[in-house]
Design a protein around this ligand. Sequence first.
Ligand code: AMP
Ligand code: GLY
Length: 418
Amino acid sequence: MKVLVIGGGAREHALCRSLSLDPDVTALHCAPGNAGIAEVAQLHAVDAMDGAAVARLATELEARLVVVGPEAPLVAGVADAVRDAGIACFGPSAEAARLEGSKAFAKDVMAAASVPTGRSYVCTTPEEIDKALDAFGAPFVVKDDGLAAGKGVVVTDDIAAAREHALACGRVVIEEFLDGPEVSLFAVTDGRTVLPLRPAQDFKRALDGDEGPNTGGMGAYSPLPWADPKLVDEVMETVLQPTVDELRRRGTPFAGLLYAGLAITGRGVRVIEFNARFGDPETQVVLARLRTPLAGVLLAAAEGRLADQPSLAWRDDAAVTVVVASHNYPGTPRTGDPIEGLADVVAQDAPHAYVLHAGTRLADDGSTVLSAGGRVLSVTATGKDLGQARERAYAAVDRIRLDGSQHRTDIAREAAEV
Ligand code: AMP
Ligand code: GLY
């Protein structure tokens, strides 16, 4: 089948890599892509946010399946435009993607479906904000209602900073602080049947030891040796299936990837957030472990046939990914620097370690790879356990040279010692 992937980050590179290894995929296209994706897919300079243009491209390419990677096009209705053109699309409708696009909507769905989450208030006035901050006390959790590219959530002990962020948001969700390790659990769903993937953990802070500002994610690993083996079953029963059932009941079924961001608190599992798409960088490690060819699973979800899909098969391997970011990320990053050593990773570390590109582009010479964003590369490795996957990932990171770049050195370190 011919497949078109929309997006151009490391998540889309991971998706394209898995799809390129799937014998059922006869042609792979990506828009807009990046310098790494160009090695496995044909790139098209189409704006991911333009539903009509994406649908036109999919029609021209005679794509059997379109996979929409990022949240912004989903919330903007790009999957609807593709389906309206008669092409199967993996990714929820704009209505269903509100689960990620509006934190207040997500809270409403969770309340209706009795899904465990932090207590919260939706506030629009300074009076409501002060009342909510007083009710919970420190640490304060303040979330912009809308999409904010990872910048909408402030967790702070400083009430002045909490109030300032809340006032800047307009509509804001103020929430109880949830204490405990975080887990990301993804599920593929056709709106009725839910197929969970393997849990992963990401590292949101910029610096070692979970210091520094929040980022889009600096690394991830899977499996989670410290987690309760019953976690996936529990989250299926208390979170994923009830949420999918509630959205179907409302007449806006959610078909695509449902991402549950969870806190494992002393009082049990709580949902921190939902996303309506694969998470980045967790996708890099989850897909590294998936044995079942990906295209058939995504197509079955897009076509409402997931109930007929055999259960997913997994490798025993562990996987670790380390993000290499530009100088000054998550502030305005420095871009346009040459990246060296990529060929050394291919020569010395493949197939156990490989580089997935995030913000990269080819220079005009057609061969030099340049940095083009905050998160530049996601260096991914597999191994018999997390320790070996970690060693391989960091060995590959050490071969890469990008002036001023930064990465965390403690991805999966504690988990590897469990
Ligand atoms: P989000 O942008 O919703 O992924 O939130 C970013 C990060 O803020 C999460 O990964 C958590 O680390 C933190 N966070 C969000 N909500 C809470 C909460 N209620 N309690 C504690 N930390 C939170
Ligand atoms: N890993 C966090 C996210 O994708 O939102």
